[in-house]
Write a protein that binds this ligand. Structure first.
Ligand SMILES: [Zn+2]
Length: 254
């Protein structure tokens, strides 16, 4: 755990975890790609629910005699930084955000080869949505940028709705806070928050339906109150919360 020293903390909360926090795991997936053979190992990782969704989409396409090839899935913090630099410096046309803002970094987004799916994009949208994927653009136009990108929000969709409803102020984009929540859930560091463990608590509380305010990694009264509302074990709230998330969203952990 990183963050502020114990002296700077709100005294109600302990920040030493006696038990390990359970993060959403990334697991390998064997899936066809635009490269030679399957998607390379460094990209071929995702959360369990995303893996299930990809396999169900591939299954539906296979039943129609088609297939699916991916061009991207997981990006590490460093891979996302490179992708962003490639966009900024003109080596890559499609927009790519700074690290901390993409569901690729949480193993929850796939880029597909639109030429591989065999069905019109509008039909693919229906198949993808039926298995938990959300397109990132608002119409199935294969000529639009990011028409190849699909997100598996999972439990983090609650963060998107929470921010969109104005409960986290108006400074932050719903999609970005959702991505931050999903990245925190796999235990990856966010550059933009001062205390990783506090941000993890805030994100998890929103996913469980509580009201800690925005995910900013700053432990305020609203975060403490939300932990109380959730019935958290204040001696080790991060571990308690990780177990509560696992109990509510088991498909994201196995
Ligand atoms: Zn993408």
């Amino acid at each position: 755990m990183t963050g502020l020293s114990g002296l700077d903390r709100t005294p109600e909360l302990a920040h030493t975890s006696a038990m390990p926090v359970t993060y959403t795991p990334l697991i390998p997936i064997n899936i066809a790609s635009i490269y030679q053979g399957p998607l390379p190992h460094r990209m071929a990782q995702c959360t369990p629910d995303t893996k299930t969704a990809i396999e169900l989409v591939a299954h539906d396409l296979a039943a129609m005699g088609f297939g699916i090839r991916l061009s991207d899935l997981f990006r590490s913090h460093d891979m996302q930084a490179q992708s962003h630099a490639d966009f900024v410096e003109g080596r890559k046309k499609a927009f790519s955000p700074t690290p901390g803002g993409s569901l690729h970094e949480a193993g929850r987004a796939m880029d597909i080869d639109l030429g591989s799916i065999g069905v019109p994009l509008a039909q693919f949208w229906e198949i993808a949505k039926a298995h938990g994927f959300s397109p990132i653009i608002d119409a199935p136009d294969p000529h639009r940028s990011e028409s190849w990108h699909f997100d598996c929000h999972g439990s983090h969709h609650a963060v998107y709705e929470y921010v969109r409803a104005g409960k986290a102020g108006t400074m932050l984009a719903p999609y970005t806070q959702m991505a931050q929540s999903a990245i925190l859930a796999i235990g990856v560091k966010l550059d933009v928050v001062p205390a990783q463990d506090v941000a993890f608590l805030q994100a998890g509380l929103i996913c469980l339906g509580f009201d800690p305010g925005r995910i900013d990694g700053v432990e305020g009264n609203r975060t403490v109150k939300a932990l109380g509302d959730a019935g958290a074990d204040m001696r080790d709230p991060a571990t308690w919360l990780s177990h509560a998330l696992q109990a509510k969203f088991p498909g994201e952990y196995v």
